[in-house]
Design a protein around this ligand. Sequence first.
Ligand code: ATP
Ligand code: MG
Length: 365
Amino acid sequence: MYLDRFIVQNYRNLANIDTKFDPNVNIFIGKNAQGKTNLLEAIYFLALTRSHRTSSDRELIAFDKEFANIMGRIHKSQVNLDLRILITKKGKKVWINRVEQAKLSKYVGQLNAILFSPEDLDLIKGAPALRRRFMDQEFGQVNAEYLYFASKYRQVLLQKNNYLKQLSRGQAKDEVFLDVLSDQLSGIAAEIIFRRFKFLEYLSHAASDAYEHISLASEKLAIAYHPSVASIEVDDDTETIYQKILENFKKTKQMEIKKGTTLSGPHRDDIEFKLDGKNAHLYASQGQQRSIALSVKLAEIQLVHHLTDEYPLLLLDDVMSELDHGRQSALLDYIHGKTQTFITTTDLEGISWEIIKQPKVYHIK
Ligand code: ATP
Ligand code: MG
């Protein structure tokens, strides 16, 4: 798929843009603070209805303006689509082919985009919450059921936690209602964990291939899922996972009441990146971690293609200059002719542009 016509109004410092992107490679060159990342963010927002930098949509509206507007025409192998998002201070609205969509979940997934920025190193180095957000964001954009269960889970988890707080403060007594909530939560959790295993298995293989390709090294990359309910295993079906979580909730019930919060489930799970079986978070060098992060992004491209038959857009924010020539060519070679790619950079130096054939270059001021 590719993004063709693109219109932006009042999005951060982007007052008014109306352009047609190149189906292959687009480069945004400019000094610092000109709006290069803003432009990538706007494309990402059009795809996922959320920013990778902030959870507050209000920040995206240009100072002193009432709304921000993003529109794009998407070409897919079967259809063309017109997407539109309007962000106001009250919230956002989305349209597909000029028909307003009541549910964001109907909209997300029409346009797929994978973004890679230097902060993605945090995926390996950072806290578990980042890796969970990574799964929810990336799996949600390719699997509508995942998106549905993830949002349902947040809802029921909040309800259960609120009730646990009431129980812990003695404001509620009825533990039967807690059991009902735990049962409901176990069912949804099982659907999420089952899918995480499945998608991670694919991602692990694809990332391992990509790692071999870009690092030119002999270590093997693998991704493992660590459920907070330790008895859950990779080949369990949803019913088994459900039973194991429910069982665990029964065991930890009094502890949960005491603490006033849900102690296990997908919101406490983690993933581990391993090089030759060793935890990359603890043992990998900076360069290896960078290669892992990049490999995971490349693997995501394959995952999107595997699940939707389309290649997603690839948004590369400030990453080219961080890669040595070997890895730059490996990266460009890997994506060549498959994904529409957007690259930001402050200068042309240090980048092997000869690998990119006839990109469309935008000077951002
Ligand atoms: P760098 O090379 O440093 O990464 P950049 O070109 O990627 O720079 P952006 O992150 O896109 O820069 O930001 C450009 C400018 O956007 C900043 O100067 C910031 O003040 C401005 N900006 C951010 N939010 C808003 C907003 N809501 N309204 C107006 N301007 C904004
Ligand atoms: Mg930037």
